[in-house]
Design a protein around this ligand. Sequence first.
Ligand code: ZN
Length: 253
Amino acid sequence: MKSLVSALVACMICTIALLAQNAKPIDSAAVVRGVELTTMADGLWRHISYGLFNGEAVPSNGLIIEEPNGVTMIDTPWNDAQTDSLLIWCEKTLHKPLRRVIATHAHADRLGGIRTLLARKIDVLSTPLMAEQAVKRGFPAPSKPILPNDSTIQCGNFTLRVVFAGSGHTVENIVVWIAEQRLLVGGCLIKSSDTQGLGFIGDAVLNEWAQTVKTVQERFPMVRTVLPGHGEPGDKTLLSHTIELLGKRYRKP
Ligand SMILES: [Zn+2]
């Protein structure tokens, strides 16, 4: 009898473990020391890292883009150790070095791994405004603060358009449009559909944020997928959802 009970308990534990796995699909790229990877398209992965904010583990999104001779990353994980583990994953799994990183604004969930990148002499691209804000907030300056407000970078099969559409979550936040995928990397300018708050607004420009999202809507009406800074990707309704949240939070005087 005792062994039957033990077998049942073991079976339940297995089932729970499987259910937990099913609830959160993580594909072959697997979990790399505190960072999860999920495939978004051939040669395109979303990286998800967890950082502590107000005592809670907050997941944060970024992208890895494979090119013929290297890898480009949009936004670093929260810290150097997580960033280092992604560099190792690129080298060991893709057999290619990380060549450059584009951060969508200067906070730890986008730029927390910058010291690792600079130590490894990996280019960190930003606008001059972002470089200025990074230093003000205690980060080292990105190595290449050369991006104009609207620039196009070819990354293998992917054409990236890096756009500063105005202030919002921060004064300097940018978005990245990946034309072939009709994918908008919104960073923290855009909120996920299940988010009802604006997140950290200590550096936000609340009276300009909604207009900036409207500018993004107008610039990329053909968007198919939106990747917010935190939470699950969605369609273009994430943009209108963000504008609605801002309407609730902030009304123009
Ligand atoms: Zn932020």
